[in-house]
Design a protein around this ligand. Structure first.
Ligand SMILES: C[S@@+](CC[C@H](N)C(=O)[O-])C[C@H]1O[C@@H](n2cnc3c(N)ncnc32)[C@H](O)[C@@H]1O
Length: 492
């Protein structure tokens, strides 16, 4: 592999080594004990062993189908391609607005010739959308990227007019029975950007304080920084939106550091007088970074699976190209939010490890759509109520076609779930039940679990043949020796 193109990698070598050092077993234990205490999931514990590192273990017996724990994401992000389909809170990922808004907005935004573009011009003046009480302004309907493309696109032919969709979005056209599917109303971003929306003030404030204030492109941010953030986001949307999540991790760490630095902040470390300012800053940075330090990680370009169409003799140039892509993204992020006080966080080494952490802990973020529930409800209505209702709802369902059931999808880092080891005969699974309507991971027992047993999930389709399973697990850097693998392993 070529030498690193990032000068910060060598300049801050010692600080980077400290940030990437594995936390001691005692630190790990203390961190997770505190987290479990805070989240009140007393029926699990984190244990560390030489063979598999951290793992989640049961503290009591669980029955089949019982909830084991739910996990709040440390950072999360909706996939950019999913943002037209699902309008969700940027903090907890609940659907927001109304069923009408979800349907109207999706059909409206995808009604233009390109799915990702919308004609901002059509929302000016006294049109229905801008008079809505739910919307803060017409910009709520378009992302920054969409607005940059304003006027370039034309409304494609559809059985539904733009005007009908605008009425639906503005709340001036209600669908029958939709009151049974009430969604939280929309809370705007405190910084005034049009990219993020929330289901409540606490969600808006939490996201602002923990991540978003550094990445906001709203009126409060200076215009040069704003333009740089937009360039970074556009690059991520055009290449790999995992970069947005990596930027959130850096922003999370910087903001946590600033809070810890404030005198009197709960949990802040008192400055130790006999150490230098630099040492003090590093120890504070390590403290701020701790939730990320706990995550299992390797460099992205070292651990990413080689795509099937890349020949093994091309492997080095493939890995170099992945690293170069990450470096281009990092350069754009630096133009947007670089701060010398946190220079090591902007090294390619750290950026690569953050992205690798998502690669190796990949549990997707999924939230079921209330639009699907709504149409299922209508379909289940008794006659003649069903036929009456469908006269109004059918044109929308026909236009949505299969997309009526699209879930909110994204990527997240879940602190507890990411400690779960793999087994091809797992005793638990990540599974959203009817009532789980936000982004949290939900872990359910798939068979009875005894006190003290390790709780495992399967990272892959465990029904695959032995060889295929081992090939897929090699991407995670281990060979599985669970009871099923030991039984199926071909004898030599
Ligand atoms: C999501 S992490 C699980 C937590 C991890 N043990 C830790 O210490 O943070 C995934 C990594 O754990 C290890 N791992 C998970 N399941 C394993 C297994 N069945 N056998 C060996 N290593 C495993 C692998 O290194 C894998 O890349």
């Amino acid at each position: 592999m070529d030498a690193s193109p990032c000068p910060l990698d060598s300049e801050f070598h010692d600080q980077i080594t400290a940030l990437l050092a594995s936390p001691s077993p005692q630190e790990v234990q203390e961190y997770y004990n505190e987290l479990i205490q805070k989240e009140k999931w007393h029926s699990i514990k984190i244990e560390i062993n030489k063979e598999h590192g951290k793992g989640v273990f049961s503290n009591r017996n669980f029955q089949e189908e019982e909830l084991i724990f739910k996990d709040q994401m440390l950072v999360a992000s909706q996939h950019s391609y999913n943002k037209v389909d699902c309008f969700v809170c940027s903090s907890c990922f609940r659907f927001i607005g109304s069923v009408e808004l979800q349907i109207g907005r999706k059909l409206y935004l995808s009604g233009f010739s390109s799915k990702d573009e919308c004609d901002h011009g059509s929302f000016s003046g006294d049109n229905a959308a801008s008079s809505s009480s739910d919307f803060q302004n017409e910009d709520d309907l378009c992302t920054q990227e969409n607005k940059n493309n304003a006027g370039k696109n034309s409304w494609r032919k559809s059985s539904l007019s733009k005007e009908v969709l605008e009425l639906l979005m503005s709340g001036n056209l209600s669908l029958p029975h939709s009151k049974l599917f009430v969604l939280p109303s929309i809370v705007p971003c405190p910084g005034g950007c049009e990219e993020e929306h929330y289901c409540s003030k606490p969600c808006a404030e939490y996201d602002w304080e923990s991540v978003h204030s550094l990445l906001c492109t709203g009126k409060g941010s200076d215009s040069l920084r704003q333009a740089a953030v937009v360039r970074f986001i556009e690059h991520a949307n055009g290449t790999n939106d995992i970069f947005i999540l990596a930027a959130k991790v850096i922003s999370f760490t910087i903001l946590r550091y600033r809070r810890l630095k404030q005198p009197g902040f709960e949990g802040s470390k008192k400055p130790i007088l006999h150490i230098s300012k630099n040492e003090y800053n590093l120890s504070l940075l390590l403290e701020a970074w701790k939730p990320v330090a706990m995550g299992f990680k390797r460099r992205w370009w070292d651990c990413i699976a080689l795509p099937a169409d890349v020949d093994s003799c091309e492997e080095t140039s493939f890995r170099n190209s992945i690293r170069d892509l990450a470096f281009s993204s990092l350069q754009l992020l630096k133009e947007a939010i670089f701060d010398i006080e946190f220079a090591p966080l902007f090294s390619l080494e750290i950026y690569g490890h953050i992205i690798g952490m998502f690669e190796l802990n990949n549990l997707g973020l999924v939230v079921a759509s209330p639009v699907e529930d709504y149409f299922i409800y209508v379909d289940d209505l008794p006659s003649p109520n069903k036929e009456e209702t469908e006269k109004l709802t059918r044109p929308f369902l026909d236009e949505l076609y299969d997309d009526y059931s699209v879930c909110c999808e994204g990527t997240a880092f879940f602190p507890l779930q990411s400690c779960m080891n793999h087994s091809c005969c797992p005793n638990a699974k990540a599974f959203k039940r009817e009532e789980d309507r936000d982004g949290r991971a939900v872990i359910i027992a798939t068979r009875p679990i005894s006190v003290g047993e390790e709780i495992t999930i399967s990272y892959i389709d465990e029904e695959l043949p032995y060889e295929e399973r081992q090939n897929l697990l090699a991407d995670y850097g281990f060979k599985c020796s669970c009871p099923k693998c030991r039984k199926e392993q071909p004898s030599v």
